[in-house]
Ligand binder design. Structure first.
Ligand code: ADP
Length: 258
């Protein structure tokens, strides 16, 4: 199924890609991109061939998180060749945009771009392709899960009520379109001070209770961590650190092993 006639073409699996995992969140800013990047890195560390596709047209972040900022080339079939960093294949709407100007396109056009984008990347052979979805549960998210066959979804939330409400919506969206839900990740679960005490900045165990309530697995709890933020900003995700040296890295490796 090639591109073109976007709206009328049925969904397809991506040739050569064994498993497609979508990482979603209801609310923005909860750490969905951070989780996507670190899960992708942790999966690759286990020996898998991994790609990460940043599907956020309006707020792409993979370029920053992996320290790559080139224009990708096209191959002879007019497919975009993903960039590579830390052993991962990376693709982002951000690579295709000019400078730092905002994307000004309306919904239907954005949907069409997204479909084309998903169908025109030369991923090659991959064990996992991680899709970093835009936040929310609207047209674009639906388009993505209906354009490619998503094998499982991971929902990221903070323990805070406003985030949990939106996470619930994301879970029901996937349920409606028959995408299996692998589970919930509670990000920013606590901050551990130098005193070793855990401070529940956004509330305690909100994700744990929500997972129970929605009857989906809780895949892990990730604390608020300065190194995680710093490494995200500087292009070397924390999951690259040996799990013995970083609790957060260890947590991501544990989630990836599930
Ligand atoms: P989203 O993709 O949901 O919008 P991001 O992954 O961009 O969220 O994260 C939002 C901000 O929070 C970023 O600046 C990121 O570096 C930071 N962040 C995310 N998770 C953590 C964490 N566990 N500890 C510290 N900072 C985090």
């Amino acid at each position: 199924a090639a591109g073109g006639m976007s709206g009328s073409v049925g969904k397809s699996s991506i040739p050569g890609v064994k498993r497609i995992i979508a990482v979603a969140s209801g609310k923005g800013g909860v750490g969905k991109s951070t989780v996507s990047a670190n899960l992708a890195v942790a999966l690759a560390a286990s020996g898998a061939k991994v790609g990460l596709c940043d599907c956020d047209l309006y707020g792409p972040s993979v370029a920053q998180m992996f320290g790559v900022d080139e224009k990708p080339m096209a191959n002879e079939h007019d497919e975009i060749i993903p960039l590579e960093a830390h052993g991962l294949k990376l693709m982002s709407m951000g690579f295709l945009l000019d400078d730092r100007s905002p994307v000004i396109v309306r919904g239907p056009m954005a949907t069409r771009y997204t479909q084309q984008f998903l169908r025109q990347v030369a991923w090659g052979d991959l064990d996992y392709l991680v899709l970093d979805l835009p936040p929310g549960t609207g047209d674009i998210q639906l388009t993505i899960v209906q354009t490619v066959t998503v094998d499982g979804s991971v929902i990221v939330t903070t323990p805070q009520e406003v985030a949990l409400i939106d996470a619930r919506k994301a879970v029901s969206m996937f349920a409606k379109v028959n995408v299996p839900i692998l589970g919930l990740i509670e990000n920013m679960a606590w901050f551990e001070g130098d005193d070793g005490k855990r401070y529940p900045i956004f509330g305690k165990d909100g994700g744990v209770r929500e997972a129970e309530y929605m009857n989906v697995p809780l895949l892990g709890q990730i604390p608020i961590d300065i190194e995680t933020r710093e490494r995200g900003d500087s292009g070397a995700p924390v999951a690259l650190v040996s799990p013995e040296k970083s609790k957060v890295s260890a947590a991501f490796h544990e989630v990836a092993a599930k």
